[in-house]
Design a binder for this molecule. Structure first.
Ligand code: T1G
Length: 691
């Protein structure tokens, strides 16, 4: 039963009860409609309170129903909302916790609304590639003004009930409480039982219809997510609310919603939504395996990564001991952390008190013994196996029994690191991405001997610090960096084949990547890849040379850090300016090889880059390094700037078809000896999909 009906005094209480988030699936919609009908037909009932469970009014439509007949099966959400609005008795919505998407649209159909001040109120549909589909774009502007509604709907960010109630002239809430919201709603229901006509949001006119601010916000959004259509559609509908009759606006919203729901971008974003949640599940670990307690964390190394990792835990209110090998390195790290926090204070993202609270949780030290009571130790020392081995040898000596020992290594062998300790079951990788206090992705690298409860604990800790955790097996580069290497190879091959860095970057960025490969290399520093290549050339002289990249680095053109790389940069500037030096470098390369600059279609550039990701992703799946294709999608969206509204490389491959990907890869590789992975061959032959 997903909706409970009861009567107290002369007020009916309709309580939505559809765990885990009170999704408004077909059965729940029917339950609300039936309960409303019952209350309206009853001579013992004068008013109705509509509510959810504690902490969750409703998170909106049941996304898992989209694409099935249940989404629009009668009664649709719009029908239920209209029934509330046209009810002959007052309906009071009692809101606590999440009131999102269709949940807020449902509440907007009520005649009155009471909420707890901390309730999270929002229309996040754009994050699913949608616009609100049950009146939100037409009703919300009528109660909070078009400017705030436009910002909330095209940006998709929730606000607290307190923030919205503080808006001058708001008509969203009739009462705000910090206690029992149902009791407050019952009280109001009695007060308004005889009020006629009943107030309907649809009868209000839109106040403060200035959407200029939202349009500016949207412009920033548009630049950041090229090609992503939902925010602009949402903004247009909100503006329509102020200029057209309600029914017309509602019809326009419905049309837009259905178009988007049936489109590729929403399918991709719904895939990404569920993929992030699926990644939390590890099939071969017994469900409900208890996690170990983590109240104190130690971080080894206060450099860029160590400092960022420490900040991530401090931001979650967790005690951190940070260990360095010298006083100046420790002070340098602490200064960097404080400067980072100070910037957040200047940007209004952190209060001065918040800064001090975080720093108060931090214990800097040079003495490993100070981490002997830590529950989790994360090593973020120099990326060198000898250094890692020596650190883990020390950790094995000083860390308490049951402490989890994690390495932040981005490529090194977790099993080899675990082997220097007497507790390999307590060792695993926790690979953060720089800047660690910002980037969402956390690769949780499971060693051959990592125990299940250690893995479960790392997953739980990852969620607790707001990271998107994905389990990876042990290999060079785990999931993301291994695929990144192939992506960079494809970009280099394009360069050697005659494309320019600007053409490659432009195609990638129009596809939706946050940054093309060469602008990204200039940002990260070309010297990092150069050092890895030189190590590989020394280890294996037969390693194919990346002549252009090597020549660029031999000129000291390491990117933004040296004011020049694949592009030129004005002093202190970040704008990538095509460089005559690089043009000359390309010209001499082609002259030497008897090749020449040539134009590539943007589609081909994108396919060369993305299919390389897909090819390596298929191998990663074949080898069991990733548990599922959607995990690979999560990694590449959360950690590498793959456009979320394309669903990730493996989802994108599914939309293109495995056979198309295989024939493209064959064409791009020509006779360079490339062989497809068995999985890609199989899917291409069977017409199967990765996800
Ligand atoms: N539909 C179906 N399942 C959902 C769901 C939803 N709306 N929201 C969450 N789940 C599942 C989720 O997959 C997970 O499942 C479990 O619930 C717990 O979620 C007509 C069209 C509410 C803030 O976009 O933002 O209304 O993995 O791990 O961290 O205009 O869930 O356990 O099997 O995220 O506490 C608009 C989406 C829908 C809200 C809770 N609403 N959900 O976060 O739990 S479209 C949304 C969230 C719509 C109308 C339109 C979050 C949360 P499992 P969780 P959480």
């Amino acid at each position: 039963m997903s909706t409970h009906y009861s009567v107290t005094g002369r007020t009916a209480i309709l309580r939505i009860d559809n765990p885990p988030v009170n999704g408004l699936g077909h059965a729940t919609r029917k339950g609300i409609a039936q309960g409303l009908r019952r209350a309206l037909d009853s001579t013992d009932v004068d008013a109705i309170v509509l509510t959810g469970r504690e902490g969750s009014f409703s998170a909106g439509a049941d996304i898992s129903e989209f694409g099935t007949a249940r989404t629009t099966a009668a009664p649709s959400l719009g029908d239920v909302i209209a029934a509330l609005e046209d009810a002959g008795k007052p309906v009071v919505a009692a809101i606590d916790g999440t009131c999102l998407g269709g949940g807020l649209e449902l509440a907007l159909g009520a005649h009155y609304r009471v909420a707890t001040s901390s309730s999270r109120i929002g229309l996040p549909e754009v994050h699913l590639g949608l616009v609100p589909g049950a009146g939100g774009t037409q009703r919300l502007p009528r109660v909070v003004g078009a400017d705030v509604a436009a910002d909330m709907i095209s940006g998709g960010a929730p606000r607290t009930a307190r923030e919205l109630e503080d808006l001058p002239g708001q008509r969203l809430f009739d009462r705000l409480v910090d206690g029992d919201v149902i009791a407050a709603a019952m009280e109001l229901a009695v007060e308004v039982a005889a009020v006629r006509p009943l107030p309907r949001v649809r009868d209000l006119s839109v106040g403060r219809d200035d959407t200029a601010a939202a349009r500016a916000t949207h412009e920033r959004l548009r630049r950041r997510s090229r090609g992503f259509v939902a925010p602009a559609e949402a903004l247009a509908l909100v503006e329509k609310a102020g200029t057209t009759p309600f029914e017309e606006g509602l019809a326009e919203e419905r049309k837009t919603f259905l178009e988007l729901m049936n489109g590729e971008q929403s399918a991709a974003l719904r895939h990404a939504f569920f993929a992030e949640r699926a990644a939390r599940k590890v099939p071969d670990v017994r469900p409900k395996t208890p996690a170990r307690t983590v109240d104190k964390v130690a971080v080894i190394g206060a450099g860029t990564m160590g400092g960022g990792i420490a900040m991530t835990f401090l931001g979650a209110g967790i005690l951190v001991t940070i260990v360095e090998s010298s006083r100046e390195a420790l002070d340098r790290g602490l200064d960097a952390m404080r400067r980072n926090y100070q910037r957040q204070v200047e940007r209004g993202k952190l209060t001065a008190d918040g800064l001090e609270q975080r720093m108060a949780l931090l214990t800097p030290t040079l003495d490993y013994a100070d981490l002997s009571d830590s529950d989790l130790v994360i090593e973020a020392a120099f990326e060198d196996m000898d250094v890692k081995r020596s650190v883990f040898t020390r950790l094995d000596e000083v860390a308490k029994p049951g402490a989890i020992l994690a390495s932040n290594t981005s490529t090194l062998d977790i099993d080899a690191i675990a082997a220097v300790t007497g507790r390999p079951g307590d060792v695993l990788g926790m690979h953060f991405f720089s800047p660690a206090n910002v980037m969402k992705l956390l690769e949780i690298v499971r060693g051959a001997k990592t125990s299940d409860d250690v893995l479960v604990t790392a997953m739980a800790v990852g969620q607790r610090i707001g990271k998107t955790g994905v389990v990876a097996g042990v290999c060079d580069g785990f999931i993301g960096n291994r695929m990144l290497a192939r992506y960079r190879d494809a970009a280099t091959a394009l360069l050697h084949a005659g494309a320019t860095p600007a053409a490659i970057d432009s195609a990638a960025e129009h596809f939706g990547f946050a940054m093309g490969p060469f602008r990204m290399a200039d940002l990260a520093g070309n010297d990092i890849g150069w050092a890895i290549r030189k190590r590989r050339y020394a280890q294996d002289p037969g390693t194919p040379r990346e002549e252009i990249s090597d020549a660029l680095c031999e000129m000291g053109r390491f990117g933004q850090k040296t004011g020049a790389g694949w592009y030129d940069y004005a002093p202190g500037g970040r704008e990538a300016i095509p460089s005559p030096v690089v043009e000359e470098l390309l010209a001499s390369f082609h002259a030497e090889h008897g090749t020449k600059l040539r134009t590539f279609e943007a589609d081909e550039i994108v396919q060369r880059l993305v299919f390389a990701l897909v090819d390596e992703g298929a191998r990663i799946l074949d080898e069991g390094i990733a548990l599922r294709a959607s995990d690979i999608d999560v990694v590449y969206i959360a950690g590498y700037g793959f456009p979320r509204y394309r669903g990730g490389p493996m989802f994108y491959a599914d939309t293109m078809g495995a056979a198309h990907v295989l024939s493209g890869l064959r064409r791009f590789h020509g006779d360079d000896g490339w062989e497809p992975s068995p999985l890609l061959m199989r899917l291409a032959a069977e017409g199967g999909t990765f996800n």
